[in-house]
Design a protein around this ligand. Structure first.
Ligand code: DUC
Ligand code: ZN
Length: 466
């Protein structure tokens, strides 16, 4: 099966030019000047006149069907990956969480059971490590063999996910030995827990107290601690969902020193701010996620952090919970509001607003949504670029078409969006996954469960420098 995409404006992280793309089976066979393949016999021709062609976007931070003590995230691997596809994302990496007392292999199997045969785009897993007593760090070696080369640690949520400094250090040390990359959720969980208990004891139960009890400075402290431990362990480190200037500056300072530290932020930390917690009643529960929304000054600092390439990736931390019946679990106690926001569908259009408004160059935008994630997470050059031999994961993007983001029209399985009413210009019109069209005119047209599990390569610092 051969497909030809003609007349498009091809954009990668390092070049953009008018060109045609020849796809043979699941791979890009060749890329050349417009008209170069005109004499070839092909099965399908897609005309991309006036459109950009981006590599399929990669979201390295999702939580499909995330189980929390009282509920489960509302998107499963089918609905969530259909939404991702409609938004231009062709690969996700989701977190398989080790339950305390269980092995890493159990976690991986549990997440395979959720995703295999259901995901409609390609997917990999990170392992969240919570309990070295149940699975000593040597168990990480088997994960690398299974293609799971990244390990997440949470410095927040004592009693469930939080790990202590000994665990952080031991995981970093092992990861460095076996070619892994450790990802850290940086927040000082112990002090936050105290603030939360004090707030509840004082009768402060409204959703806004979620943010007030998780101040930005405690994210900065944890990020710095993780960076220090990683430097001591001689291990590369990736800080997830950087939300504030405090944490950003620790990442930037580490990089200036030449330390192998990378960071991501998410659209919510670029576009939303803590004024949302001032909404009357319970409405602000829609914005309860961790870390919480910060100040407008933090939004601006993060845009600058992207521009200066102090942060390398924009992911989503997609963890949707319906307002009705799920967020409402915390109606009388903010600590019971499930933490998380929907976002997997809108990352690409939201970040493209950064291009449209002059904050980001087009190639840099592609780097943030596709190329840098592929390089950091062991998928490059199979994913993350448009080149002969790469998977034909492509987004045909119409920069002229406008859209209003709304729960009424989204594909995410959740009853609200934090971006309700926001106007964007530039939308993924068609999406190809390994050569097959899975989105046409913004709607999912692919089959069921066509996503493939991706065994990812070990971490390569050299790649990140290219
Ligand atoms: N933050 C959230 O808001 N939800 C899921 C996990 C996380 O770190
Ligand atoms: Zn997360």
């Amino acid at each position: 099966m051969r497909t030809l995409i003609t007349n498009g404006h091809i954009v990668t992280a390092i070049a953009d030019y008018e060109g045609d793309i020849l796809i043979d089976g699941e791979k890009v066979a060749a890329v050349s000047v417009p008209g170069a393949f005109a004499s070839l016999q092909v099965d399908t021709v897609l005309d991309a006149q006036g459109k950009y062609i981006f590599p399929g976007a990669i979201d390295v931070h999702t939580h499909m069907e995330l189980p929390l003590p009282a509920t489960v995230a509302s998107d499963d691997f089918e609905t969530g990956t259909i939404a991702a596809a409609c938004g231009g994302t062709t690969t996700i990496i989701d977190f398989a969480n080790q339950q305390r007392g269980h092995t890493l292999a159990d976690a991986l199997q549990t997440w395979h059971n959720k995703a295999d045969g259901k995901a409609v785009i390609d997917y990999g897993f990170h392992i969240t490590i919570t309990d070295l007593a149940a699975a000593p760090e040597t168990a990480m070696d088997d994960m690398v063999t299974a293609g799971v080369t990244t390990f997440k640690l949470l410095m927040a949520y004592p009693g469930t996910f939080m790990v202590d400094d000994e665990t952080i250090y031991r995981v970093l040390r092992r990861s460095a030995k076996i070619g892994g990359l450790v990802m850290v959720h940086a927040e000082n969980g112990i002090v936050i827990d105290l603030l939360v208990r004090e707030a509840v004891a004082a009768g402060h139960t409204a959703p806004g107290f979620h943010a007030l009890t998780r101040p930005a400075i405690l994210e900065g402290e944890a990020a710095q601690r993780a960076i220090t431990l990683a430097a001591f362990a001689d291990a590369p480190l990736y800080i997830v969902h950087v939300s504030c200037a405090h944490a950003l500056h620790t990442v930037a300072a580490a990089r200036v020193k030449g330390l192998p530290v990378w960071g991501e932020t998410c659209p919510q930390y670029l576009y939303l701010n803590d004024s949302h917690y001032a909404s009357p009643g319970f409405e602000s529960a829609k914005f309860v996620c961790t870390p919480p929304m910060r100040s407008i000054a933090d939004n601006e600092a993060l845009w600058l952090g992207l521009q200066r390439r102090e942060l390398q990736v924009v992911s989503t931390d997609h963890a949707p919970f319906h307002f009705a019946g799920q967020k409402e679990l915390g109606l009388h106690d903010f600590t019971k509001i499930p933490n998380g926001l929907p976002g997997v569908e809108h990352r690409v259009v939201l970040l493209y607003e950064g291009v449209r408004t002059g904050k980001l160059a087009l190639q840099h935008f592609v780097d943030l949504i596709a190329t840098a994630p592929a390089k950091l997470f062991g998928l490059y050059p199979r994913k993350g670029t448009i080149a002969p031999g790469s998977d034909a994961d492509l987004v045909i993007f119409n920069p002229e078409r406008k859209m209003t983001i709304s729960a009424a029209t989204q594909h995410q399985h959740v009853d609200y969006t934090p971006y309700e009413g926001m106007q964007v210009q530039g939308i993924p019109e068609a999406v190809l996954l390994r050569g097959g069209v899975i989105v046409r005119d913004g709607e999912y047209v692919g089959g069921k469960g066509g996503g493939q599990y991706l065994r990812r390569a070990t971490f390569s610092e050299e790649l990140t420098e290219v």
